[in-house]
Design a protein around this ligand. Sequence first.
Ligand SMILES: [Zn+2]
Length: 271
Amino acid sequence: MNILVGTAGAPISSQQRTTFSGIKRVKELGLDAMEVEFTHGVRMGKETARELGEHRSKYGIALSVHGPYYINLNSKEAKKIKDSEERIIASAERAALFGGNKVVFHPGFYSGKNEQEAMTMFHRELDSLVQEVEQKRLNVHLAPETMGKPSQFGSLEELVTLCQQLPELRLTFDFAHIFAREQGKADFHKSFAYIEDCLGKAFLKDMHMHFSGIEFGPKGERRHLVIDDPGNKLKLEQITEVLKAFDVEGTLICESPNIEEDALKMKKLLE
Ligand SMILES: [Zn+2]
């Protein structure tokens, strides 16, 4: 099984909490990957992105990008949709420069529309974004994330359907979000069987995934927890078992508050 395990952003124990320092620390810790966090905005220049690419190659660490939180491809306001498109493309351009191959983002909200209307809108938006990525010859895949609250667009079924319609699109499978969205009753075996059925075995050989402990309520996700938090019911074994059962390959990013600690636990369990 070939799964790269990494941290969401620079490890806490990095000398400085910068992307450059983080890559070095990821290597020292024996981890394989890091997600570059543009969650509060794309503030990295293109020259820096190029340098980051060299730095990353030197250490042999796989990178991905998490785009800004302020994205809603189904906003009622045209300006907000346009800003969202620009943020996704800016993230993709940086990722292409430093050799990050997945661009993760939260697709948006239903904004008062029913599921079908929302699907139509997300399809239209993602189709045009995927085309723009291709036209610009950015060698990256857009990978919208499964979301933890039922009010957010991004159930596994919705994202799988969009991936069926748009072959260049990928998705980010967030174990904690799916667990929270389904009130702790998520059946990951069923989820992976569903992905395999709809998108084929090859799709499971290039998966992008997130995990962490999670607290949830009736409205879904509340906050991320460390795996050993007494309030967390999502066990690492639930994740590793399904990954082994389906012989999944790809990248698994830890988003627990103690990022590298839970990532290292996961790495050990997968070996
Ligand atoms: Zn996210």
